[in-house]
Design a protein around this ligand. Structure first.
Ligand SMILES: CC(C)(COP(=O)(O)OP(=O)(O)OC[C@H]1O[C@@H](n2cnc3c(N)ncnc32)[C@H](O[C@H]2O[C@H](COP(=O)(O)OP(=O)(O)OP(=O)(O)O)[C@@H](O)[C@H]2O)[C@@H]1O)[C@@H](O)C(=O)NCCC(=O)NCCS
Ligand SMILES: Nc1ncnc2[nH]cnc12
Length: 280
């Protein structure tokens, strides 16, 4: 298993690899800000760097933890809430990495916990640890929704459509990340082509509450699956037709204010695992 510095470096690399990759539909890259007028690449550089101490805390909590795993998540959560505040202070109130604070924080802590007893990073073992950390996430988080004021997009979508969003994904041990890692391993080409193809693969699998919120329509997820199919039929990132399609899609997303913000967070977690497995 890699040492602490290497693991934390991989967490930061995952954040930078994702945002550095052009052309992602509706998302920020070094040249465009997609559907996010309040962000640019510099906002993401600031946010990625300021989160380093938080990921270090997640590692330390995981490596020193003993006891029942749900208590590990409780320890993370209070730190995650603080990290969200640090991010918002650094970005001037912009939500760059809310999903990544949650998901990547869980992955870093689970990796550190695994390191206590195992010499190798294993996707299956990480998924099991995460499942054991989060048995009651949905029940606890959605307990008082009917009377809660100021619901988040994820909470609203649970009440309106029954979508369990990022919490459902996390509770199941991130099956979509596992699929993303298996896909990433199969990809060929440059790093950029492999990351773009993995993003578009994930875009057909993730129930992205950010996309549903922006489109104000859950059917958008089915439309997104179709776009992903067309992209791969055109040869994906390694072909001019695939890249042209992506560029047009980015244009459309920017005009309609659609974003794949949740998918970007799942890509970040996928890249972290890929880096831990040395497949990227
Ligand atoms: C459990 C939390 C993630 C809280 O969830 P919450 O209920 O607050 O919000 P959700 O709407 O459910 O989603 C939160 C963010 O998670 C990302 N996301 C959405 N769907 C998925 C998915 N299927 N898989 C992975 N990640 C997902 C998404 O973040 C991205 O979108 C952001 C940009 O959105 P944008 O619309 O521009 O900005 P907003 O602020 O949302 O709205 P406007 O201001 O524009 O109107 C971009 O940042 C991406 O990261 C959702 O935003 C977790 O946050 C939580 O529990 N928080 C408490 C602290 C905590 O527990 N931390 C855990 C430590 S381990
Ligand atoms: N590149 C990106 N653009 C917008 N939101 C994001 N959330 C995570 N990565 C993002």
């Amino acid at each position: 298993m890699m040492n602490k510095d290497e693991i934390l470096l991989n967490a930061q690399k995952a954040l930078f690899y994702e945002v550095a990759t052009p052309i992602k539909p509706g998302l920020v890259d070094p040249v465009t800000h997609g559907a996010h007028q309040d962000m640019d690449i510099y906002t993401f550089i600031d946010s990625s760097l300021v989160l380093r101490p938080y990921f270090e805390e997640c590692f330390d909590v995981g490596i020193n933890f003993w006891g029942r795993l749900p208590a590990l998540f409780e320890e993370l959560r209070s730190r995650g809430i603080r990290a969200e505040k640090v991010m918002l202070t650094e970005t001037g109130g912009v939500n760059t990495h809310k999903g990544a604070i949650f998901s990547l924080g869980i992955f870093v802590a689970a990796t550190a916990y695994l390191k206590q007893t195992q010499t190798e990073f294993s996707m299956i073992k990480i998924q099991k640890i995460i499942q054991q950390m989060l048995p009651n996430l949905l029940k606890n988080d959605f307990r008082n929704l009917a009377t809660k004021k100021g619901l988040t997009a994820g909470e609203k979508q649970y009440l309106k459509y029954g979508h369990t969003g990022i919490r459902g994904e996390a509770m199941q041990g991130y099956p979509t990340v596992a699929k993303g890692v298996a896909f990433l391993e199969m990809t060929t080409g440059t790093k950029q082509e492999r990351i773009l193809d993995t993003l578009m693969f994930l875009a057909s699998k993730v129930a992205d509450s950010n996309l549903v919120k922006r489109a104000d329509n859950p059917q958008i997820l089915i439309w997104m699956q179709k776009q992903s199919e067309i992209y791969f039929a055109k040869g994906g990132a390694k072909k001019d037709a695939g890249r042209k399609y992506l560029k047009d899609l980015d244009q459309l997303f920017s005009e309609k204010q659609y974003s794949l913000g949740g998918t970007a967070d799942i890509l970040i977690a996928t890249l972290f695992c890929g880096l831990m497995m040395r497949i990227i």
